[in-house]
Design a protein around this ligand. Structure first.
Ligand code: NI
Ligand code: MN
Length: 228
């Protein structure tokens, strides 16, 4: 059994598992690097949002309205979208819920969270998603935090993790290596790098640093799909 993971740029991933399609943190139409992706052809049963910043929610409304996808995010974000006519399932860090594609646990992130108009967008989070095919962690935007050690102790063994590595707004790659240790996961997929000048990275330097610690970091091309 395997899941499909497609990279849509920045922190956005499309995941196919158990016949359902999840889209996490869609930021496509305003991402110059993702200009070849047709927003209106993206399928989704669920859209997950880690926090309220524009570079994570920009296309959530369009995708939800195009597809009828249900939103999964923190309470404040789900209520904000409810006013736009989008149905969602509200969560908050520490909570689990069993959906028809598997279990979602919202976990801590250290990061701010506001809507594009500056209003409060609840607490930033990450997600651990587990079902009979896979278990993985999506960090969202976060600093390295000791709380990541709890993921290894409270969730099934991770098959892979999607970690932010671009520095400045989130942890950089050196901290992401420690994060990989904390979550006990050797297969890391990179996100939140290169989209803006402040988060440009040297991929080879990152690859070498992970390799030196016995870990694998994967840089997916935008639109690339992997089976994991
Ligand atoms: Ni952010
Ligand atoms: Mn961000």
């Amino acid at each position: 059994m395997a899941i499909t993971l497609k990279y849509l740029g920045h922190s956005c991933f499309q995941i196919g598992t158990l016949g359902k399609t999840l889209v996490i943190d869609p930021f496509i139409s305003a991402n110059e690097l993702a200009k070849n992706i047709d927003l209106n052809s993206i399928p989704a049963d669920y859209v997950l949002l880690s926090h309220g910043h524009q570079d994570h929610i920009a296309d959530a409304e369009t995708i939800c309205k195009n597809t009828g996808a249900k939103l999964i995010s923190n309470y404040e974000i789900v209520m904000w979208y409810k006013q736009k006519g989008i149905e969602g399932h509200p969560m908050n860090p520490g909570g689990n819920w069993d959906f028809d594609f598997g279990r979602v646990k919202m976990v801590n992130a250290i990061h701010s969270s506001s809507f594009p108009d500056g209003s409060y967008a609840g607490q930033a989070g990450g997600f651990v998603i587990s079902n009979s095919e896979t278990t993985f962690y999506f960090s969202g935007d976060t600093a390295l935090t000791l709380d990541m050690q709890l993921i290894a102790r409270t969730s099934p063994k991770l098959d892979f993790a999607i970690l932010c590595i671009g520095d400045n707004f989130t942890m950089g790659y050196e901290d992401a290596i420690l994060a990989a240790e904390f979550i006990d996961c050797n297969k890391i997929i990179a996100c939140h790098y290169d989209t803006f000048a402040w988060i440009k990275i040297n991929k080879q330097e990152v690859i070498n640093a992970f390799k030196a610690k016995g870990k694998e970091i994967i840089f997916m091309n935008i639109s690339e799909e992997q089976t994991l």
